[in-house]
Every structure is written in C-alpha cells, then in structure tokens.
Ligand binder design. Structure first.
Ligand code: PEP
Length: 248
C-alpha cells in the first residue's frame, strides 16, 4: 500500500498566539491537498488557539516537545495527556535543537517516544548527523544508533504508525539542502534499519520525512524519491511558501 505523504511545519519559537491565528487563516486556502497529511507543529502556548483555528480544515496540530512523566512536579513541562486533551495529534521528539541546546539524550527520547505512543500521539522522531560526522563517513552508523536507541521497547505495530524525520543538522536553517541523492540514501538506510529491527512490512509502512531547508523550489524533487514520504519544514512553514510545498 502506498504511504500517504506527510508535510509538517515546525514553527520553532516563533509566533505569538495572535500571530499564530493570523498565519493559520492566511495559509488556510493555500494548504488544501487531500493527498497529503498537513501538520502545524506549534509552540505550546499556540496549541489551543491553533487547534481552534484549524477546526474543519485538513490541517492537524502537533507539539514541538513533551515530557514523558504522567504529571507532577516538573515545572515548565507539558505532558502527553495535556496535548491529547488539547486536540494535538503529533509531537516532534528529538529535534536536533532539543538534543543540542537542551541536552536531550537518546535514553530520554526513548521514554518520550514510548509515552507519546501510549497516549495516542504520533511521534515525529528526528534524527540526523552533524557536518563533522558526514565528513568522517559515519552518517549511517550515527543514524542507526539514534533510531535503535530511540525505539527500544517499541513494537512493530507501534512503529508502523510513527513518523521518522531525517534532518541533517548542517542543513537545518542554513539554506543548505541535502542533495536529493543524499536525502534519499539516508531515508532508504533508515527504512533498511527498521526492516532489520522489525520486518519488511513494518519498514514499508513507516513514513520517513526529509527536513533541512526544504522550500517551494526543492520540495517536489525531494518528495518524488521512493523513500521520502514528505518533509519537516522549518523556516518556509511560516510563509505562504508552505502552501506551495504542501501542493508540490
Ligand atoms: C526544522 O526545523 O526541522 C527544519 C528543517 O528547519 P529548516 O526547514 O528551516 O531548515
């Protein structure tokens, strides 16, 4: 069965609640494409107004992070249950900015992935190598390590429904996109890794996005690759360009 493409915007730390609603309204006529799952991953404070603003449209809402504990004394954190109750469907886990600036390691990310799934959220699990790792020739070793560590204890049935985003760190927010060949090679490698860990049917079901300076000009070629099932889009998701990416 063909995998449905999924194109998600990662707003990062941009858009106040009122700006968020305005952006959703501006993008609404531009992002209509029933062949694609369209997701806005928004800052926590924007979740409630954005869920309201996308009601009745083809857009679903994602969070940019969550904590794995059920509830309690974790000042500043947001639980999976809170996201579900607010109408969130997806949650980005392990974005390189969280791994780097907030020191999130794979053991923590594994707990987050499992909690998200248990709560009924779809994790968008990010992985990707640094420029140094690419130049050293260890890209696939590193990504296999991330995927294997982050999916410890996750069953084949659960993995089928998650989304994996391959995001080379050197391509995020830099305007430097991986070549189509580089992006396809790693997404294919991720699928092979899932097939080894589980089985071919699971690997064939899981959706793998590319992220890293995706824009209106390069989206169509990237998304045409056999192992690239859409994109995770940062900068361009805050502009009308996102409509062109969704309707690539
Ligand atoms: C991202 O934030 O996940 C990302 C890919 O950003 P950009 O598209 O701006 O490179």
């Amino acid at each position: 069965m063909a995998r449905k493409k999924i194109i998600a915007g990662n707003w990062k730390m941009n858009m106040t609640p009122s700006q968020a609603v305005k952006l959703v309204e501006e993008l609404a006529p531009l992002v209509k494409n029933d062949d694609v799952d369209v997701v806005y991953c928004v800052p926590a404070i924007d979740i409630v107004p954005v869920v309201e603003a996308v009601k009745g449209s083809n857009v679903q809402v994602g969070a940019e992070n969550m904590y794995f504990e059920e509830s309690g004394a974790y000042t500043g954190e947001i639980s999976a249950a809170m996201l579900v109750d607010a109408g969130v469907k997806y949650v980005i886990i392990g974005h390189s900015e969280r791994r780097d600036y907030f020191k999130e390691d794979d053991a923590l990310l594994n707990k987050k992935v499992k909690k998200a799934i248990e709560a009924g959220l779809v994790p968008i699990l990010c992985c990707g190598e640094s420029l140094e790792q690419r130049e050293m020739g260890v890209t696939m070793d590193w990504i296999r390590f991330q995927i294997k560590s982050d999916l410890v204890g996750v069953s084949a049935d659960q993995v089928k429904d998650i989304v994996i985003a391959y995001e080379p760190i050197w391509a995020i927010g830099t305007g430097k996109t991986a070549t189509t060949e580089q992006a396809e090679e790693v997404c294919k490698g991720i699928r092979e890794c899932i097939a080894e860990m589980y089985d071919q049917a699971t690997a064939d079901a899981v959706r793998i996005q590319y992220g890293g300076s995706v824009n209106a000009g390069n989206a169509a070629e990237l998304f045409a690759q056999p192992n690239i099932d859409g994109g995770l889009v940062g900068g361009a998701s805050l502009k009308a360009d996102f409509g062109k990416i969704v309707c690539y």
